[in-house]
Design a protein around this ligand. Structure first.
Ligand code: UDP
Length: 332
């Protein structure tokens, strides 16, 4: 029998790719998702249990049914800009509801968790690239909600031996190279899918948030990491949790930064279209530059990103977007 892993948010972007990787590694990924952001079509490698992580009874029921040995926790709100305007929403979802999940795990004696964290825990970097020793000073409620999550995991490790690995993603990008799943948020707030919507003619232009940052072309620099590489890091983290104790954190990024304008140019190349751009003011809560030093994940998890090329990432996402539009057009 395959060992079950409870994947909260398994119907979402990174969660669904992690389910695919878990299944390939011989696990049964059990998706627990309220489908508020996730999609039924993204759950293809194990059962879908619809439920909210604030629903103790439902969580208990699902844990009783599948007896997972570990949890991967993706169910969270992720838009840094929105979190500045709606902080309570972020603390409620990413902290209060997370505590309900941790309580349920403890009752069920599940002592292993891989936690989706973010580069936003670092805030505006003092030095770049950022390694895990860099000071933790989030500049938006999203980053702070994830930092609190990491801190809770450390305290639970000390108090009752919870084992955890927090994976600090830089900018998740791309989509399944086999084209089985991909990114779809409503409303979309992330740069690459927005740029590709513009390339496909589904939006008139791309708004560039801030052109006066202290970077090569004045726009923000981000380190884009392929979602399939994020997924493989989760499986490696799960393997490490068998023997690791305490609470650890690893950066996941490629160590290469690209400006917003460079992403747009790459998307123009990939799609063969000209993308209209509108300069807009800075978006609240955005640090100018975020680039990872992920040597720790490489050395200690054995992580080897396979899709670090931005053109490949955008190419996968573009193929997904094009296929998606075709499926919509024929009503499937
Ligand atoms: N961005 C932009 N226009 C958009 C969406 C995003 O200029 O329509 C910028 C955003 O300000 C940031 C970068 O693109 O500098 C990446 O933003 P995204 O929301 O994709 O990820 P984040 O860095 O917030 O996790």
């Amino acid at each position: 029998m395959r060992a079950a892993v409870l994947v909260t948010g398994g119907a979402g972007f990174v969660g669904s790719h992690a389910c695919k990787a878990l299944a390939a590694a011989g696990f049964l990924p059990v998706t627990y998702d309220n489908l508020s952001q996730g999609h039924r079509w993204a759950v293809r490698w194990g059962p879908l249990e619809i439920g909210d992580i604030e629903d103790r009874d439902r969580l208990q029921q699902v844990m009783d049914r599948y007896r997972p040995a570990a949890v991967m926790h993706f169910a969270a709100l992720i838009a840094a800009g929105e979190s500045v305007a709606e902080p309570a929403k972020y603390y409620r979802n990413n902290v209060s509801r997370f505590l309900v999940l941790l309580d349920a795990m403890r009752r069920q004696k599940i002592d292993q968790i891989v936690f989706s964290s973010t580069a936003a825990v670092y805030g505006t970097p003092e030095s770049t690239p950022i390694d895990e020793k860099h000071p933790l000073a989030p500049i938006n409620p999203y980053g702070m909600s994830k930092l609190i999550g990491e801190r809770i995991l450390q305290d639970c490790a000390a108090a009752h031996g919870l084992r955890s690995i927090s994976l600090r993603y830089f900018n998740a990008a791309g989509s399944d190279p086999d084209g089985e799943i991909g990114e779809s948020h409503a409303p979309e707030t992330h740069l690459i899918p927005i740029v590709l919507e513009a390339a496909a003619g589904d939006r008139p232009h791309v708004a560039v948030f801030g052109t006066d940052y202290p970077t090569a072309d004045g726009t923000c620099v981000r380190d884009y990491v392929h979602v399939t590489d994020l997924a493989s890091a989760h499986v490696l983290a799960l393997a490490r949790l068998k023997s690791a104790h305490g609470a650890e954190a690893f950066n996941l990024g490629n160590g290469n930064g690209f400006t917003v304008r460079e992403v747009i140019t790459a998307a123009e190349r990939v799609s063969g279209t000209k993308i209209a751009v509108k300069q807009e003011p800075r978006r609240a809560g955005d640090p100018p530059v975020l680039v990872a030093d992920a040597s720790r994940a490489r050395a200690e998890l054995g992580w080897q990103p396979a899709y670090s090329d931005l053109n490949v990432q955008i190419g996968n996402a573009w193929r997904w977007t094009q296929g998606w539009s075709r499926r919509q057009a024929v009503g499937r």
